[in-house]
Design a protein around this ligand. Structure first.
Ligand code: AP5
Length: 192
């Protein structure tokens, strides 16, 4: 199985690249951001709680996210594995994911970390904010999302480095260039 984790700052291209990776490698895409936005659109209890954090650029609490993920991971029979996009976002979530995967006889194969300069991240999100309708695509919230990324998510870099699973991906180029960088890493992984 090929179980990929993709992470990077807000606007680094996790969702865009996950779609391309999903198609090329026949994976099941799990995006916690997308899942939460659907819950918000439905007006569910989880959606209402999630929106109160997302619109401020903060993370939804770990216990809620870990419970949510418990329900999403099931053996992906017709796929070659999972791609996790936007999860984990804290070391606590990372440990919970490793445990959950192990319980199901699976493990994370590789972790892709998209490296993109902050000015480029902000520019991409401000541009998307003109049409996305997302409550977090505005200047103030983008700034907060970046801070939260540094404070709470970046420690995962060391967590996965210690497991020898981390690949840094140059993510400043256009979508095709970044995807080409990713496929080099994934093809190497598959050939091993
Ligand atoms: P989430 O949806 O995961 O948001 P994010 O991490 O802020 O990332 P984005 O979706 O904004 O960007 P992306 O990296 O996917 O880039 P994209 O491909 O879209 O989470 C939203 C919120 O939900 C979080 O802030 C948090 O509150 C909550 N949440 C989610 N998961 C959670 C968890 N596990 N724990 C706690 N809370 C959680 O691209 C962005 C834009 O750039 C697009 O317009 C795209 O077209 C463009 N673009 C992409 N690549 C390129 C490129 N190479 N060149 C030019 N433009 C590009």
């Amino acid at each position: 199985m090929l179980n990929i984790l993709i992470f990077g700052g807000p606007g680094s291209g996790k969702g865009t690249q996950s779609d391309l990776i999903t198609e090329k490698y026949n994976l099941k895409h799990i995006s916690t951001g997308e899942f939460l936005r659907k819950e918000i659109a439905k007006g569910s209890e989880l959606g209402v709680i999630a929106d109160s954090y997302i619109s401020k650029g903060q993370l939804v609490p770990d216990d809620l996210m870990i419970d949510m993920m418990e329900g999403l991971i099931k053996e992906p029979h017709s796929f070659n594995g999972f791609i996790f996009d936007g999860y984990p976002r804290t070391v606590t979530q990372g440990i919970a994911l490793d445990n959950k995967m192990a319980k199901n006889g699976m493990k994370i194969s590789t972790v892709l970390c998209l490296d993109v300069d902050e000015e480029i991240l902000a520019e991409r999100l401000i541009n998307r904010g003109k049409y996305s309708g997302r409550s977090d695509d505005n200047k103030k919230t983008i700034q907060r999302r970046l801070e939260v990324y540094h404070e709470e998510t970046e420690p995962l870099i060391e967590y996965y480095q210690k497991q020898n699973k981390l690949s840094r991906i140059e993510g400043n180029g256009n979508i095709e260039e970044v995807f080409a960088n990713i496929t080099v890493v994934l093809n190497e992984k598959i050939e091993k």
